[in-house]
Design a protein around this ligand. Structure first.
Ligand SMILES: [Zn+2]
Length: 310
């Protein structure tokens, strides 16, 4: 049977991201909400890969046991000193900031599978040429979060020059229920064990497209709006500490003055045209940079490896 899997999805356990001076939660969605969204998108296998954490993945796996139409695989997107690496079928968290080699070794020690997410990204930490020296099972030739025209194309070109070396993976890299379902991986099998075998035998197929811009805007509005509500409640003293909720814990740790600044920033951002304008501005920047890189893609490929025989 042809099955659908998403090998790269985040939950609210992915920590806090930074954009210059701005800080924002990487995701606000609970593990159970992500499982429900995966079922809505007719995914059979869902790999939860939070940044440097397996807490959300363990919770999602527990929650998914009530259903027989979805299986959850415990993973982690590890921030190594050489770029991000995904470990799947993990039993223990792997700490960040280790070298890529050491991270791969620790994934293997647990019997896990190694995936290179967005390996040639120019705007998030990626392995780039380091990929070629590592023992990696699969690479994302389609990362749904990369709307620029270079990153996925480069991964695809490099993969094509090494036929049979890596499983070709399509993943949403969704940080929200709204950005799931656009990119995924298909394989022939029945369950998560068969997905693992398909990756090892390089029989996976990448499917879908990067996420549409309006869905990404909607995600940013949801993140800012939820943050706005939480900060407001914290300032009125009605946000109760909850060790189970990493977002509440983070908000309560921020000094009051910074929280007030956050409220003002969120109000500005939520003013109707601004999320779209911010998105257009970031897309323009990405496209400009991607175009330059695309113009030189043949030379870049030549530099990292010889042309394949014709
Ligand atoms: Zn990710």
């Amino acid at each position: 049977m042809r099955m659908r899997a998403d090998l790269h999805v985040h939950t609210m356990y992915s920590g806090v991201g930074r954009l210059g001076k701005l800080r924002f939660p990487e995701s606000i969605d609970k593990p159970e909400e992500i499982v429900e969204a995966a079922r809505m998108n007719r995914l059979n296998i869902l790999c939860i890969t939070d940044h440097n954490s397996i807490t959300g993945a363990l919770m999602a796996r527990e929650y998914s046991k009530r259903y027989d139409d979805i299986e959850v695989v415990v993973g982690e997107e590890v921030s190594t000193s050489d770029g991000e690496i995904i470990g799947l079928w993990l039993t223990e968290r792997i700490p960040p900031k280790l070298s890529a080699e050491e991270t791969v070794r620790r994934i293997r020690e647990q019997g896990g599978i190694v995936i290179a997410p967005h390996p040639f990204s120019f705007h998030v930490p990626a392995l780039n040429n380091k990929l070629l020296d590592l023992d990696v099972d699969g690479i994302e030739v389609l990362n749904g979060g990369h709307v620029d025209k270079y990153s996925n194309r480069m991964a695809y070109e490099v993969s094509k020059r090494h036929p049979g070396r890596w499983a070709e993976i399509g993943s949403s890299d969704a940080h929200s229920v709204t950005t799931m379902g656009y990119a995924w991986t298909e394989f022939d099998g029945e369950n998560a064990d068969d997905l693992r075998t398909a990756i090892l035998e390089k029989r996976t197929i990448q499917c879908g497209v990067p996420v549409p811009v309006d869905k990404a805007v909607f995600w940013s509005i949801r993140v800012v709006f939820r943050g706005f509500k939480m900060i407001l409640r914290s300032l009125f003293g009605i946000l109760k500490p909850n060790p189970e909720d990493p977002l509440v814990t983070t908000v309560l740790r921020v000094p009051k003055q910074k929280r007030i600044a956050g409220i003002v920033g969120a109000m500005i951002y939520l003013f109707p045209p601004i999320p779209y304008l911010a998105c257009i501005a970031s897309n323009t920047w990405l496209n400009r940079k991607a175009k330059k890189l695309l113009d030189n893609i043949s030379e870049t490929l030549e530099k990292i490896e010889p042309s394949p025989p014709h």
